[in-house]
Design a protein around this ligand. Structure first.
Ligand code: ADP
Ligand code: ZN
Ligand code: ZN
Length: 731
């Protein structure tokens, strides 16, 4: 008897066995390929499933097996390699396989919709349009339309990605109305690959490139540890070129959607290849379309954020993970995977090289370098000889601060602006003030649903919770005692902006946080303005620390370096070293005199001094040794199980009974149940169990136990729970 083993696209941790469709011939069943979609009955509904294998044995009583309803695909939607990757990820992250595989599908595919013909829409110039160009009639009246018309004429055809990413719809439609261009339906074609000349690499870059080139046809994990501005991206570009020459696709992962425009621009300037973006900013239909371009091999270079590690590339030849240390690569809800780790596994399965690049590699990666699993390449100098900025602390003990700024920092800002240069101020807190308190009775504005204080947003006159998004009207008197004497504590970016605007009238000032720069278009506009190089002051959160190039910045001020110094998590030191190095790296890319000033109450703290005196590569070695003495990741392993419940007791009891039944002993320690560092968020109590071990196999065995017990316990009052393997935050 032939059995179809299926993964259901749903949060079900196991596989399901079914019988083939009624009346399907045995020969036809044999031919069914893993990766096709199948519709099967499930309870009293029907669900979309993926075929994992056709087998002859099952643990289920055969009389209870049901027939599937419908075979949805002739050929697999997911290649064998990608299916293998998903299966690996499901087992490593103890996550339902159907949901993992669904991550590799577009939304249409997940819903079981038929795979339609892949058509491309694009603009071409009409004969009237060509005539207009010849006579130069349009140019004086509408310069934007004229340049667009010329561009379409020159390229012959302008595809859909260009329309949504680079030009305004109104220009297209204005030209269409004048019958100068027309929208045509064509089949996508693989574009030609003519390109701009590669830049001549410097000696250090050449060495890295040639070493990677030597291993270009097989799996090898390369780490490029290169200081900011050392020419890593230039190496990526030349690697991409090598892959394109071999007709291979390249997957380039970036940590943040905001970095897409800059990355796409840099890549598209170099190659006349089809570049496909994959990120959360796409509509379902655009995403579906991009997905198909990638899987059917039309796109050559895929630039995407986290989830793109599952992009259905059909001829993958290389993976590049830029800023590999960035914690955004770890998904923080649902299927909690690390895109970097998945990418490495993927490269191994696809047998292609992978490059992990960063100025501040993660300790996980550095340990793999130490143990010779990954090949290490170093770039210790900036291209063109620009020196790295020098770091100094400003002792702010007992100093007056205005908007979080000391007079020393204010003077330095003034000097920089006077010289016609740019300043970047870093403060990792949005809003105006982080706390509102009654000066008479001590009442503090807290979120109703979370154990946190509300942040004051002055412009919109509201109190907002940065954890659940809840907001309330700003109050003018204490709800407890009625006093109007309310105190603001904790400086946010808005307050700093206010003070800076007062102190630097007439200077261009940009606040860069998610309130002010909500999407990638806004970021693009900001970058355009900043790269014009007029003196300006940028005030921003970690949004500013990530990968952007600000060639005119020569002074970086870190307003509250102490907030990083006393993190709750064991990763605090690593994060601080990375963040300070990355923020500093924004400065002086083209100059020899750039400075970073760190305001602190702890100028003599050994770690503060280490940050000032030592390079990241030295510092990271110490931190790694220290983790070793405590068996902490990456020299030990952690797996977290958390239960979120409406009533505190539900989650606690649930975890307690799992812990008791699992009876974890031997080389795995089980800690908890304990409340999380934020015990309540968005109205739910958060409790956790933590597994800790030096032995990877043992800890995964223990996790399997917890999960299988958890699956069997009935959950009360809408409690939900999850497991987080290699958590980036354990608090
Ligand atoms: P990173 O990615 O390490 O920050 P980039 O590759 O962006 O560094 O290089 C920094 C700057 O130096 C860029 O403007 C880049 O165009 C330029 N650059 C990189 N390599 C070279 C080279 N070999 N010759 C000239 N300019 C280079
Ligand atoms: Zn009060
Ligand atoms: Zn809240």
């Amino acid at each position: 008897m032939q059995i179809l083993r299926l993964a259901v696209i749903s949060p079900m941790r196991s596989f399901f066995d079914y019988l083939p469709p009624v009346q399907m011939a045995e020969k036809a069943v044999e031919k069914l390929q893993p990766g096709i979609r199948i519709r099967a009955p499930f309870g009293n509904r029907s669900v979309v499933c993926i075929l994992l294998e056709v087998t002859l044995s099952t643990n289920i009583d055969k009389s209870r097996l049901k027939n599937v309803l419908e075979i949805l695909d002739e050929t697999p939607l997911i290649r064998r390699e990608l299916l293998e990757l998903c299966n690996w990820a499901a087992s490593y992250y103890h996550h339902p396989p159907g949901e993992v595989i669904a991550a590799a599908f577009s939304s249409k595919q997940r819903r079981g919709l038929p795979v339609s013909e892949l058509v491309d829409y694009g603009w071409t110039v009409t004969s009237l349009g060509e005539e207009t160009i010849k006579q130069g009639k349009i140019a004086m009246r509408a310069p934007k339309q004229a340049s667009l018309l010329n561009l379409i004429s020159k390229s012959g055809f302008l595809g859909r990605e260009y329309i949504s990413n680079h030009a305004s719809h109104s220009s297209f439609y204005a030209l269409k109305k004048k019958k100068l261009i027309t929208l045509e339906k064509v089949f996508p074609k693989v574009l030609s690959r003519s390109k701009k000349q590669d830049v001549a690499l410097n000696h250090a870059q050449k060495q890295v490139l040639s070493s990677i080139k030597n291993n270009i046809d097989s799996f090898k994990c390369h780490v490029i540890e290169g200081v900011t501005g050392s020419g890593k991206t230039e190496i990526y570009l030349q690697l991409i070129h090598l892959a394109l020459k071999q007709q291979k696709q390249v997957l380039l992962l970036i940590p943040e959607i905001n970095l897409t425009p800059q990355t796409v621009l840099r890549v598209s300037e170099r190659f006349d290849a089809r570049i496909t973006e994959l990120h959360s900013g796409l509509t379902d239909s655009d995403r579906d379309y991009s997905w198909r371009l990638v899987s059917e091999g039309y796109s050559d270079i895929i630039i995407g954020t986290r989830s793109a590690c599952f992009a259905p590339c059909s001829r993958l030849g290389m993976i590049i993970v830029d800023e590999e240390h960035d914690s955004s690569y770890k998904q923080q809800d649902g299927f909690r995977y690390s895109a970097r780790d998945i990418a490495v596994k993927r490269a191994q399965i696809e047998n292609c090289p992978i490059v992990l690049g960063s100025a501040t590699p993660s300790l996980e990666t550095l340990l793999n370098v130490r143990s010779d699993r990954y090949l290490h390449h170093e770039l210790t100098e900036r291209v063109g000889g620009a020196s790295l900025p020098n770091l100094t602390t400003i002792d702010i003990r007992e100093k007056a601060l205005s908007g979080g700024l000391s007079s020393t920092l204010l003077r330095a800002i003034k000097n920089t602006i006077d010289k016609g240069e740019q300043v970047l101020l870093f403060l990792n807190r949005r809003g105006y003030a982080t706390q509102l308190q009654c000066h008479r009775c001590g009442w503090i504005a807290e979120c109703e649903d979370c154990d946190v204080r509300m942040t004051l947003h002055k412009k919109t006159r509201e109190l907002r919770c940065h954890h659940c998004g809840k907001s309330a009207r700003l109050i003018l008197s204490c709800p407890n005692c009625g006093s109007k004497n309310l105190l603001l504590e904790g400086i946010g970016t808005q307050q700093t902006e206010e003070k800076i605007r007062e102190a630097f009238k007439g200077t261009i000032i940009h606040r860069v946080d998610s309130d002010n720069i909500p999407n990638k278009a806004a970021m693009e506009k900001l970058m355009e303005s900043v790269t014009q190089r007029r003196p300006c002051i940028l005030i921003g959160t970690q949004m500013l620390a990530k990968g952007h190039h600000f060639p005119g910045v020569t002074l970086v001020g870190v307003l509250d370096a102490d907030s990083l110094l006393f993190g709750l998590d064991f990763r605090g030191e690593e994060r601080m070293a990375q963040l300070i190095t990355q923020v500093s790296g924004r400065a002086g890319r083209e100059s020899n005199k750039s400075h970073v000033l760190l305001q602190t109450h702890h100028p003599n703290h050994p770690f503060m001094q280490a940050i000032v005196d030592q390079s990241y590569s030295t510092l990271s070695k110490y931190i790694l040794d220290d983790r070793g003495t405590r068996d902490l990741p990456p020299l030990g392993y952690l797996i977290l199980m958390r239960a979120d419940s409406k009533y505190q007791a539900d989650g606690e009891h649930f975890l307690k009974s799992i812990a008791e039944r699992a009876n974890i002993t031997g080389d795995v320690k089980l800690i908890g149940p304990l409340p999380s560092a934020m015990p309540r968020r968005a109205g739910k109590y958060r409790n956790q169990l933590l597994l800790h071990s030096k032995n990877r196999t043992s800890i995964h065995k223990a996790a399997t136990k917890l999960v299988s017990i958890g699956d069997k316990i009935t959950k009360r009052n809408k409690m939900n729970w999850f497991i987080d393997v290699d958590p980036v935050e354990i608090c």
